[in-house]
Design a protein around this ligand. Sequence first.
Ligand code: C2E
Ligand code: MG
Ligand code: MG
Ligand code: MG
Length: 276
Amino acid sequence: EAKSAGRNQYCFYQSSTGQQTADELKMEQALRHALQQRQLGVHYQPKVRLNHNTIIGFEALVRWQHPTFGNVPPDSFIPLAEKLGLISALSEQVLDTVCEDINSHGLLGLPVSVNVSVSQLTDPGFCRRLCRQLKQYNVSTHRIELELTESCLIPEQAEATMRLLTELRKQGFRLSIDDFGTGYSSLSYLRRLPIDTLKIDRSFISELPDNEEDSQIALAILAMARALGLEVIAEGIETAVQQDFLLNAGCQTGQGYLFSRPVPVTELDVTEDILV
Ligand code: C2E
Ligand code: MG
Ligand code: MG
Ligand code: MG
């Protein structure tokens, strides 16, 4: 499994001599241990309807609090898990937690999205095992959205990816393209994919509205999504000015620190579905 993991992420963990440093080895051991002991946590960030600040769903984000390393960011340990062939085990634990949280906290009855890594998509048993796992918890596939990055959509595997996404959709999962605009997927490929939503990458949102190029890119993505009949959600909204810009541009949903950081599930128990 590890060999099909993201090529561009590999070298991050190797020094220029190709040798691992002691720190990297310690991190590897710690991650294996954390998975064995099921120490990873999950936080939830609300997805919001921008005109009324009502919550329409949540994104589940994995968290790793290590006794000595402290809070290790997913952007560093997810690639490591990919490299070590541990991403399926990690993802399974995240989904276990999401299902438990849905069953014991409700999460307002709203859809929850989970992030999918590239090597999961090349795993032939992926859809079957996802469905089996949800069944164990009696959680409907309609409750779960899968977020795939553009880098998951390897052109050489276009046909296999198409089959898998079609199957996932048929099983009731909603599908979205994460970090949209940062990858290289051709528009003709994208148009054929059975997806529901594009998530505009945070990098295009953070300098709105002053950055003219970013503004044009955001508008172009919104226009394209409309033309293709896709939903759009803007990631990383931090200011009311960004929210207003997006609303005026016809973007109806968003996520970001302006509304809420990712929080533990217990904080959602006291949350109404409106954020003020
Ligand atoms: P992502 O899926 O694009 O998730 C959005 C990231 O942006 C999250 O970082 C979130 O905390 C952060 N974020 C949200 N709103 C704002 C904002 O307003 N400003 C800023 N500066 N950041 C914001 P996080 O949790 O560190 O996750 C980073 C990435 O790690 C995720 O990007 C995703 O690609 C990956 N990841 C996280 N959890 C999982 C998981 O369970 N499985 C897999 N395969 N990948 C995961
Ligand atoms: Mg995501
Ligand atoms: Mg993203
Ligand atoms: Mg990301």
